[in-house]
Write a protein that binds this ligand. Structure first.
Ligand SMILES: Cc1ncc(COP(=O)(O)O)c(C=O)c1O
Length: 457
């Protein structure tokens, strides 16, 4: 597609008049980039401009754009059986096969898969199933959920409350009071190696103590906090969190909506530290974004409770499109691509190249700090003075300007979170494309930050 300016102007006019976008702020849509097609890590807009998609669109297009195999899987399934409901004694073939496949790929203790249509629905369902489990265990007072600062868990009312980024709460309150966040305990003295954003497992322990373990159903954690700016954990963090949850009888929910299916160089991120959650939530890369799908997956003890309910109890949780046959068929084909092309191993190798490239190009830069990377997900902080540890005045919008320069001059698209720049290219990215991303980002950082230090605060 290569539209003339009149046709583009008509699209822009209708977009502005009628399309309400996620995280809507109208001025951002005055001159939108309107995408038309994609191939591998490349996106092309309606004017024919090409960009490297350095965030897999929204961390989801793991196998890259333009995969005919996935289009064919969807078309074949739609011809065979477009839809049939999975309620009250009904099922369908691809959903059964995908549930078995996901259960086999996930942590060894995982048993039951409930399919959703998004990460938000997965986390909402995980919280409901945690409450349901404790209720059935005769402990109905265990209703609270502990979430962490800088986490992102979704856009429904409950997952908005879980999200630890206050900008997502504004003008939506009051939020659910049973969902609380960790904060730095007063007078904390510990020998823990901190996570990249400074927290440690004692923050979770302190939150459970503060709320009272008898009232807490679960803790929810992203293994790597993604949308909050890509913050990686220390190597001991999740084994400590697991031990704390066990000690206080609190379920551990791993939100692997971003990290699931290879992003961190493992099928699921906590494998790296030999930790298993009680509930795992996924979405995004299960279908590489070609069609919407997500799931929450429960461990054997929770599955046992769900399968042996007393006659008067039923898990009354449902979505019309749960286990949609087309989404399941695409998911199965997508997982085959990940396996056949060994993309999980590739994520580790290309991620290490990305991390090494970022450290070499920007490690000593006066306006860059805290470069972090785990597999093929990376982030860095733009700062007023790396040596003195001072941050930029948010009103300078340095992150936004770097991302804009990167797109307009470097032809690379990614996101910024305040002054954090985040990267997560498709797992099919080549060595040369990784190097292009690093080079373009270094150029953008250099161009935007030269002369910005004077405004530090
Ligand atoms: C870690 C995490 N959890 C949950 C969600 C919500 O997923 P969705 O936007 O599919 O509802 C996201 C979305 O980016 C996410 O990054």
């Amino acid at each position: 597609m290569n539209l003339d300016e009149l046709a583009v102007a008509a699209l822009v006019r209708d977009d502005r008049a009628h399309l309400l976008h996620p995280q809507y702020y109208a001025p951002e849509h005055e001159a939108p980039v309107i995408f038309a097609s994609g191939e591998g890590v490349w996106l092309t807009d309606v004017r024919g401009h090409r960009y490297i998609d350095a965030l897999s669109s929204l961390w989801n297009v793991a196998v890259g754009h333009g995969r005919g195999e996935l289009a064919e899987a969807a078309a074949a399934q739609m011809r065979m059986l477009a839809f049939a409901n999975g309620y009250n004694g009904f099922s369908n073939v691809p959903a059964i096969e995908l549930a078995a496949k996901v259960a086999a790929l996930a942590y060894g203790n995982m048993a039951g898969v409930f399919f959703t249509n998004s990460g938000s629905e997965s986390n909402e369902g995980a919280y409901k199933v945690a409450r349901f489990y404790w209720n059935l265990q005769g402990r109905p007072q265990k209703v609270k959920l502990i979430a962490r600062e800088r986490s992102y868990h979704g856009g429904t009312l409950a997952t908005t409350a879980m999200t630890g980024l206050p900008v997502f709460w504004q003008h939506f309150g009051p939020l659910l009071s049973e969902i609380v966040h960790t904060r730095r305990p007063e007078n904390l003295e510990c020998a823990c190696a901190p996570n990249a954003d400074g927290e440690c497992a004692h923050w979770i322990e302190a939150a459970i103590e503060r709320e009272g373990a008898e009232s807490v159903a679960a803790v929810i954690c992203e293994p790597v906090k993604g949308a909050g700016g890509v913050w990686t954990p220390s190597d001991t963090y999740f084994s400590q969190v697991r031990e704390i949850c066990d000690r206080y009888e609190v379920l551990l929910i791993a939100d692997e909506v971003i990290t699931g299916f290879g992003r961190t160089g493992r099928w699921f991120a906590l494998e790296r530290w030999s930790v298993q959650p009680d509930i795992l939530t996924i979405a995004k890369a299960i279908t590489s974004g070609y069609v919407p799908m997500g799931a929450f997956i429960v461990s054997t003890p929770i599955m046992d409770v769900l399968q042996q309910l007393p006659p008067d109890a039923r898990f009354m949780h449902a979505y019309t499109n749960s286990a949609h046959p087309t989404a399941a068929a695409v998911g199965l084909r997508n997982l085959r691509i990940l396996e056949e092309e060994r993309l999980v191993e590739r994520a580790q190798a290309m991620g290490d190249r990305l991390g090494a490239g970022l450290r070499a190009a920007l490690g000593g830069h006066p306006h860059v700090a805290n470069i972090r990377q785990l597999g093929l997900i990376a982030g860095l902080s733009l700062v007023a003075d790396a040596e003195r540890g001072t941050t930029y005045d948010p009103a300078q919008f340095v992150g936004r300007e770097v991302a804009r320069h990167l797109r307009e001059k470097g032809g690379v698209i990614t996101r910024f979170v305040g002054d954090q720049i985040v990267l997560a290219p498709p797992l099919v990215v080549s060595e040369a494309e990784v190097d292009t991303i690093v080079g373009a980002l270094a150029a953008a950082v250099g161009a935007v930050t030269s002369g910005t230090g004077a405004h530090a605060h």
